[in-house]
Design a protein around this ligand. Structure first.
Ligand code: ACO
Ligand code: OAA
Length: 378
């Protein structure tokens, strides 16, 4: 048995993928060969999902058919309305409620009783999953705030319909476009922890719902997607303190804290998604006349680059951007999941193409040859 191991699997290549390319040295992210800067603000989230799932951008007719399929699957099937109401009563966190609801979707899909071995087996569930995540989150927030849930609208895009279901009002087009761009940017990112988790689950031929339930759990953690909400909570603490942002950060670093929204396993430079999100955060903040959070963010970025040599990741500027959009902080990570759901599913499709059970080894370093002492003698 080898004793060389790598607890974080740093630098280990799981296998080939044609979905997204992450170049950590230069800070480049591509989907199916398109740099994200080429896609963000140019094509919609739905077009980008089609691209990721099918390898090419859709024609107008293909896009219409795809968006119609998604729109037709937006309503919540039973038992989700009842389940969400009970989770609200128990004051559940929205990300936990989303994970539970996605797991419970198997109950309304008879096809989920069969083993999932191919994209063909998974496709129906995949459309339902992408379509229904925004409705689950919006329904939970409406119920939690003592409001009636709002039915989805088929004539609005994925981002605009989500904002509509949150408030009951058609969103400002700039805000809807900004969220659409954020969804494009969060769609896929190589073999990150939540995608890896989904692939491990799918490699056992588990249900699609079960596979992505594991991905949701992984995404929720503060070292992964959970960091975007932590960034905003940190900016609020900075604001409530009597310290400048740089003094506050120095204290946190001295305590040994990790600063949310900074650092990355793959990027050695600034995350290219943070560059685009920074521009959007600035534009929205200036338009709203609410630049304080953006200003704190840029000050912290500059200070951490100078003192620690660490750079912002995707979770940093999305926070100040969502805050100015009036989005509740505890659904920042669920919004990440709205987008990433389709990325996870693309990786499941790829996994089924050439499936092999994912099963690494542990290096056993415990005791050997012990004998059992009877219970009454221990
Ligand atoms: C969508 C996403 O998942 S993006 C990531 C979201 N997560 C966060 O923003 C949480 C904060 N960031 C982190 O905890 C880390 O940067 C991670 C988990 C993302 C990546 O961690 P790793 O690849 O394991 O990096 P590692 O722990 O080896 O850090 C390398 C060095 O940078 C430092 N560092 C890395 N990130 C941070 C941070 N956020 N705050 C302070 N120091 C940091 C480490 O202390 C370490 O310094 P050292 O060599 O002096 O000990
Ligand atoms: O790639 C990672 O490790 C984390 C990340 O940025 C993502 O999942 O978007």
């Amino acid at each position: 048995m080898t004793t060389e191991y790598n607890p974080g699997l740093d630098g280990i290549v799981l296998g080939p993928t044609e979905l997204s390319g992450v170049d950590g040295a230069v800070g480049q992210l591509t989907y199916r060969g398109y740099p994200i800067e080429e896609l963000a603000g140019t094509v919609s989230y739905e077009e980008t999902v089609y691209l990721l799932w099918n390898g090419e951008l859709p024609t107008a007719a293909e896009l219409d058919a795809f968006t119609d399929r998604l729109a037709a699957n937006r309503a919540l099937p039973e038992p989700l309305p009842t389940l969400l109401a009970s989770l609200v009563d128990q004051d559940d966190d929205p990300m936990d409620a989303l994970r539970t609801a996605i797991s419970a979707l198997t109950a309304s899909d008879p096809a989920s009783d069969e083993a999932t071995e191919s994209r063909e087996d998974a496709e129906g569930a995949a459309i339902r999953l992408v379509a229904v995540v925004p409705t689950i989150i919006a329904t939970f927030v409406r119920l939690r705030d003592g409001n009636e849930p709002i039915e989805p609208r088929a004539d609005l895009g994925h981002a605009a319909n989500f904002l509509y279901m949150l408030t009951g009002e058609e969103p400002d087009p700039v805000v809807a476009d900004t969220l659409d761009t954020a969804l494009v940017l969060h769609l896929d990112h190589g073999i990150n922890a939540s995608t890896f988790s989904g692939k491990v689950n799918a490699s056992t031929l588990a249900t699609v719902y079960g596979s992505v339930t594991g991905s949701l759990a992984a995404l929720s953690g503060p070292l992964h997607g959970g960091a975007n909400a932590d960034v905003m909570r940190m900016l609020q603490k900075v604001d409530a303190s009597d310290k400048s942002p740089t003094e506050w950060i120095d204290d946190a670093i001295d305590r040994g804290d990790r600063i949310p929204g900074f650092g990355h396993r793959v990027y050695q430079v600034k995350d290219p998604r943070a560059v685009v999100l920074q521009e959007r955060s600035k534009a929205l903040a200036e338009a709203a006349g609410e630049t304080k959070w953006y200003a704190y963010s840029t000050e912290i970025e500059q200070h951490l680059a100078e003192t620690k040599g660490i750079q912002p990741n995707v979770d940093f500027y999305s926070s100040s951007m969502y805050y100015v959009m009036d989005i509740p902080i505890d659904i920042y990570t669920p919004i990440f999941a709205i987008s990433r759901m389709a990325g996870w599913l693309a990786h499941l499709f790829e996994q089924y193409e050439n499936n092999r059970l994912i099963r690494p080894l542990g290096d056993y370093v415990g005791d050997h040859d012990k004998t059992v002492t009877p219970l009454d003698e221990r």
